[in-house]
Design a protein around this ligand. Structure first.
Ligand SMILES: C[S@@+](CC[C@H](N)C(=O)[O-])C[C@H]1O[C@@H](n2cnc3c(N)ncnc32)[C@H](O)[C@@H]1O
Length: 229
């Protein structure tokens, strides 16, 4: 029986599934989500190296580049098929993409000025090791920001907001997107579980969790992990 939280499925993801995921990411509400996260992040870094963990098709990196092209971009993903997809989507910009698991990376210690991640943390089989690896590769005095959805939320309200968000989309997207999103929410942690994980990491005394509404959806958390020297 596969006990993976989800990363194993991505490790073996076939190319067609990465392309299908990519096409779902063309939904306007999702593109706006990347734009809002990029805006939130960009105020925190003017220049330097930024890593997006679990970058998938790479759209968050693309939005960051549009706002500030001088930031050096890095993307990591466990899935070779997703890294291929990101290489195609980011062909026009300079970005260092690597296949790998955040649990143990090949980056030098204290390498990044900012580390981010959207909708990937909940899939990691060893979240404490992943978070401690973030601690190793982040520069002293800098922060990582994980943008995650959480599952203790009223699904009825969520469906109503999604109906509004998706009303300009085609029928297939209007039908599929809420199902995929609500299934994904069911796999995510609740707030208490996230705190229990963080307390076991090197950021135990230096994390902060804020509720966020992104594209009208009040299901997001911004988890800040601050590394003190
Ligand atoms: C739901 S997708 C989100 C992709 C992208 N961040 C986005 O917002 O569209 C999760 C991504 O995390 C990657 N992933 C899962 N576990 C990982 C791990 N342990 N290390 C690195 N990447 C991982 C998957 O391959 C997948 O591309």
């Amino acid at each position: 029986m596969n006990k993976s939280r989800g990363e194993d499925n991505f490790l073996n993801l076939p190319g067609f599934a990465a392309r299908l995921y990519d096409s779902m990411m063309q939904t306007n509400a999702i593109r706006l989500t990347y734009q809002e996260i990029a805006q939130d992040l960009i105020s925190r870094i003017k220049k330097g190296r930024l890593l997006d963990i679990g970058t998938g098709p790479g759209y968050l990196l693309l939005e960051i580049h549009k706002i500030n092209p001088s930031i050096e971009l890095f993307g990591l993903d466990i899935s070779a098929a997703m890294v291929d997809q990101a290489s195609r989507n980011l062909a026009e910009i300079k970005v260092d993409l690597q296949q790998g698991n955040i649990r143990a990376t090949e980056y030098e210690s204290e390498f990044f000025d900012l580390i981010t991640c959207s909708g990937s943390f909940y899939l990691w089989d060893r979240p404490v090791e992943g978070i401690d690896e973030i601690h190793r590769i982040l520069k002293d005095g800098r922060s990582a920001y994980l943008y995650e959805t959480y599952r203790d939320i009223d699904k009825k309200i969520l469906r109503e907001i999604m109906r509004e968000n998706l009303k300009s989309e085609n029928l297939i997207r209007r039908m599929l997107a809420p199902r995929i999103f609500i299934k994904q929410l069911g796999m995510t942690y609740d707030k208490k579980e996230i705190k229990e994980i963080l307390r076991k990491t090197r950021f135990a005394n230096s994390y902060r969790i804020d509720d966020l509404t992104i594209v009208r959806l009040p299901v997001w958390l911004r988890i800040e992990l601050k590394k003190y020297a």
